[in-house]
Design a protein around this ligand. Structure first.
Ligand code: C2O
Length: 510
């Protein structure tokens, strides 16, 4: 299918601005972009067509498919500077990759500078026909929630996003958000009573809600008045049911939860509060959407937020399927240990990882590898590329508390096991949650978030802060994993159209 990228003026919070949007056609450009749906095992084939015309923002583009391993298809990962050059206006790029054994809640977004902050973000769901939370057959055995079988014919998606009245190229750090959009609708302080997202539920039914943070910056604390949430998925990994009444969700993260619509018929506030000083509270429907029972009047809720007695704690999440995830043996047994120290230089306004800011390079790391660069000293950006050997257990520790905390760190090409979470002093090598974005926490003294993964996927994979402003300011490294095995799959990408440099590289290496 085609995914058209174009410019259109929209007013999702009542303030009109030009945005960078995706649509199945130019006439259906929307924020968020269209939901892409697939079934486990499908191969996704998406032709991204750049029809951007607004020169006050970036006119090149790319799309990253957040959460997919891209095993054997690293060229389709969509990261400008790492796996491709930007798609130029008037050109298109065909992304083609198998979903393989992955299923769950994903999303897609521009991975070119801070372009997704201008709107280019959407949900991507991969259904699993044998999902234990979807079928009673498996449900009874493995995944009980209140002893009930949940049959959900339709997915309810809730996207959370920060929204800016200034285009991203005009922002300076720290960027101040103007509003929180829930399913693409919201209000800003002092603004009009713009319509809010309304999610309708049938009384006494149970629903699976898929919550996606498409944030460029803030973490959100999310809750629904009067309704506990039973978390069953984190970042496309099924987890054992865990009932909470507030979820803190960081940029790039996803959760599925079961909601039981067993309150009196009425309207209830859905709340998503950003950890951003500029946007406080819920007055006048700020930071809010509405949960409306069928049969309730069409009016705003009058409910209030309960005290947070039971917040989601990441260290309490347990994988549903694979307690001993691949490559997660006992303590001390990692093959490679890497410590990443994040600092900030006030003078250059750059973030540094182990003293090096990640900088843009004209030749994507993947093309450097394919043309013979195999070792860290050969690969650019200098000092930001780490080589990883194949079939090893890698442990990465990342002390918290640096400027701009909490940083949500996202690894491409893998999930990782979070053997130590922010806010936890314990290491869990037995049954840690697996996910693809982890919050590093706010305290240098207390937090030392530690993750493990196995190098079973050759390619150049970026690890970066998912606060897009921080990525732009250098908060990233690239792992050149098993560089000698990196190959192109069929069909090969149209790099000759993307990267002028492609034609200058030795042809035999392609
Ligand atoms: Cu969702 Cu590198 O990004």
């Amino acid at each position: 299918a085609n995914l058209i990228i174009g410019n259109k003026a929209i007013a999702p919070d009542g303030y009109k601005r030009s945005a960078v949007l995706a649509g199945a056609s130019f006439n259906t450009l929307s924020f968020p972009g269209p939901v892409i749906r697939a079934t486990k095992g499908d191969t996704l084939q998406i032709n991204v067509v750049d029809q951007l015309t607004d020169s006050t923002m970036l006119m090149g583009t790319s799309i990253h498919w957040h959460g997919f391993y891209q095993k054997g298809t690293s060229w389709a990962d969509g990261v400008v500077g790492v796996t491709q050059c930007p798609i130029a206006p008037g050109h298109s790029f065909l992304y083609q990759f198998p979903t393989a054994d992955q299923a769950g809640t994903f999303w897609y977004h521009s991975h070119y500078s801070t372009q997704y902050c201008d709107g280019l973000r959407g949900a991507l769901i991969v259904y699993d026909p044998t999902d234990p939370y979807r079928t009673c057959r498996f449900y009874a055995r493995t995944a009980q929630v209140d002893n009930h079988c949940i049959l959900i014919s339709e997915t309810t998606i809730i996207t959370l996003a920060d929204w800016y009245h200034l285009a991203s190229p005009q922002q300076s750090l720290p960027a101040n958000i103007n509003s929180v959009l829930i399913n693409g609708q919201g209000r800003f302080p002092g603004g009009p009573e713009s319509p809010l997202s309304v999610i309708k539920v049938v009384p006494n039914k149970r629903y699976r809600f898929r919550l996606i943070s498409m944030s460029c910056d803030p973490a959100f604390t999310f809750s629904i008045d009067g309704h506990p949430m039973t978390v069953i998925e984190a970042d496309s990994q099924s987890v054992q049911p865990l009932t909470v009444n507030e979820i803190t969700i960081h940029a790039g993260q996803r959760y599925s939860f079961i909601l039981y619509a067993n309150n009196p018929i009425g309207n209830y506030w859905i709340r998503s509060h950003p950890n951003d000083d500029g946007l406080k509270g819920y007055a006048g429907g700020i930071n809010s959407a509405i949960l409306r029972y069928y049969g309730a009047p069409t009016k705003d809720p009058t409910t209030s937020k309960a005290s947070v007695s039971n917040p989601l704690i990441e260290a309490n999440l347990r994988p549903l399927y694979n307690p001993a995830a691949p490559g997660i043996p006992s303590p001390g047994a990692a093959d490679v240990n890497i410590n990443l120290e994040i600092t900030y230089n006030n003078d250059t306004q750059k973030f540094l990882v182990n003293n090096v800011p990640f900088a843009d390079v004209p030749v994507p790391v993947l093309l450097q590898i394919l043309s013979g660069g195999q070792s860290a000293i050969d690969l650019l950006p200098a000092g930001s590329v780490y080589t990883l050997p194949p079939n090893k257990v890698i442990e990465i520790s990342m002390p918290g508390g640096s400027t701009g905390s909490p940083h949500p760190m996202h690894l491409h090409g893998h999930d990782f096991s979070v053997v130590r979470s922010a806010g936890s002093k314990q290491y869990n090598y037995v049954n840690p949650v697996r996910r693809d974005v982890v919050n590093l926490g706010e305290s240098r003294a207390e937090d030392n978030v530690t993750v493990r993964f196995k190098t079973d996927n050759s390619g150049p994979w970026i690890l970066h802060c998912h606060i897009d402003w921080h990525l732009e300011a250098g908060l990233a490294v690239v792992f050149a994993e098993d560089a000698p095995s990196v190959k192109l799959s069929n069909p090969p990408p149209a790099w000759d159209q993307l990267c002028p440099i492609y034609n200058a590289l030795p042809p035999q290496t392609f």
